[in-house]
Design a protein around this ligand. Structure first.
Ligand code: FAD
Length: 456
């Protein structure tokens, strides 16, 4: 019996998904080459990019466990038990995400996470070349051309198959699209974001409750803050592009300060460099990217933001990208036929990516507008009761998305049924007293089959 030749894969992008997939594939015995347009963050510092910190949830943690990366990542994570809602008058209310501390989410610094994953990928045997930007692809000759970002030199590299983990602005997607129509459509949100920083307190500790995702909901706009393990918080203000307030009317640091004094007054003393940060930091655009096809036969496939960028309001973009990595690694291991593996990967992940994209858009309205609304709070109360009465059937939306690994599409469908139930049974009430529990229970049993968690 001959020894099987080592299988080979070329990844574009060593961001979050690229570094994790490289680790998974190298550990599975593949020869993995990765090309990243930025410099090595371990040498020259992390060059930023999208949001400074991210919420990591069970789906992402499971994928990290598959690469034995969870322990190293969790050492730098800060627990967030729930939303700490900051009312206009400064009152605070913690709304727990789950039942107890077994159902929490984690704030993680993007740069630290990326570095941890790069180290693991290299340790597993992946070869990562930095400062190499994919420029063009000759699919017939199977040659990808990379530009050296330092000296402008162009390097042709032969490949067996390319994986695009190169983010929302994916160059590989552009090259594939030039070859064959992928059915690409981008819908920009009419809201954008700006990041600011809350430094540590004078004693070096956190200046406000660290174990929460802070949120200042204000109707059609909002501010959030996530803790970092160096005792800072990253604040993100989401505003419409146009309007009052909007990025067209709040143009300078001074105007931003006036907005904060009016609408987020309790945050103002916490952000000493508000005006400077505002002027220095870019305004980030938000969009959802839809593709009809994610792959080009056995030659190239996209994953993560390159395939399905989404708005960040469910904190699932990275978590979903990490699930993609596990799924693609699994399909690549299951067959020698790359075209089959890519098609199976797309068939498994595309409906789920679409579901979380839609849920992320819906969650924006919930976060900025509903978390302090009485009708919403009554629905939450009923939701908690139904969760206790039917723990294996009525599982809150947030739990299904953040603490379980059932497919996103299943979570979305069940959430729609549950929302309908909650709205119907709280309509016209301002409390749960006198509710017809027999009718509610019958409705649950009829419409929500027992929910089985996926194994593995
Ligand atoms: P990226 O992380 O964008 O990595 C792409 C990599 O490819 C980069 O390193 C880039 O330099 C490289 N690259 C790009 N072009 C080329 C090229 N031509 N050649 C070579 N390399 C290239 N997700 C969560 O799960 N939780 C959150 O709380 C969360 N919060 C967010 C907040 C905001 C404001 C935003 C904008 C996003 C948030 N996300 C969150 C989403 C998350 O950031 C993305 O889903 C995640 O970064 C996707 O990972 P990726 O590896 O696909 O892409």
């Amino acid at each position: 019996m001959g020894i099987e030749p080592q299988r080979h894969i070329t990844l574009i992008g060593a961001g979050l998904a690229g570094a994790l997939l490289a680790t998974l594939m190298a550990r599975a015995g593949w020869r993995v080459e990765v090309f990243e347009k930025r410099g090595d963050p371990r040498v020259q510092g992390y060059a930023g990019g999208r949001s400074i910190n991210l919420a990591l949830t069970e789906r992402g943690r499971h994928a990290l466990r598959m690469a034995d990366a969870d322990d190293a990542v969790m050492r730098q994570a800060v627990m967030m038990r729930g939303r700490m809602v900051h009312a206009l008058d400064g009152r605070l209310q913690l709304q727990r995400y789950g039942r107890d501390d077994s159902e929490v989410i984690w704030s993680i610094h993007r740069g630290d996470l990326n570095i941890t994953l790069l180290d693991l990928a290299e340790r597993a045997g992946a070869v990562i070349q930095f400062n190499r930007r994919l420029e063009s692809v000759d699919f017939d000759a199977r040659i990808a051309r990379f530009v050296n970002e330092r000296d402008g030199g162009v390097h042709p590299v032969g490949f067996t198959a390319l994986v695009g983990a190169d983010g929302a602005g994916s160059s590989l997607r552009g090259a594939m699209q030039r070859r064959e129509d992928l059915g690409e459509r981008t819908e920009f949100l009419d809201h954008s974001y700006k990041e600011l920083e809350i430094p540590p307190a004078a004693d070096g500790g956190f200046i406000m409750e660290p174990n929460a995702l802070h949120i200042w909901p204000r109707g059609h706009y909002m501010c959030i803050a996530l803790p970092n393990d160096e005792r800072t918080f990253t604040v993100t203000l989401f505003l419409p592009n146009e309007g009052d307030p909007g990025f067209d009317s709040v143009r300078s640091g001074a105007e931003a300060k006036a907005l904060f004094l009016r609408d987020f007054a309790d945050a103002v003393p916490l952000i000493p460099r508000l005006e400077q940060d505002w002027d220095a930091n870019p305004t980030g655009l938000l969009a959802t990217l839809y593709l009809e096809r994610w792959h080009l036969r056995g030659q190239a496939v996209l994953l993560g933001d390159a395939a399905h960028a989404m708005v960040p309001f469910h904190g699932q973009g990275m978590n979903c990208a990490f699930e993609d990595c596990v799924a693609l690694a699994h399909h690549l291991q299951s067959t020698q036929d790359l075209a089959k593996a890519f098609a199976a990967f797309e068939a498994e992940r595309k409906p789920n990516a679409l579901a979380i994209q839609e849920m992320a858009l819906e969650n924006y309205v919930e976060m900025r507008d509903k978390v302090d609304d009485t009708g919403y709070l009554l629905q939450r109360e009923l939701e908690l009761s139904l969760q206790q009465r039917h723990p294996d059937r009525f599982v809150p939306h947030y739990t299904m998305v953040s603490f379980m690994r059932i497919p996103y599409a299943v979570a979305q469908h069940r959430s729609h049924v549950q929302r309908d139930l909650l709205v119907r049974h709280t309509a016209g009430r301002d409390a749960l007293d006198g509710i017809d529990w027999a009718a509610v229970d019958a409705d649950v049993l009829a419409r929500l089959p027992v929910l089985e968690e996926t194994a593995g």
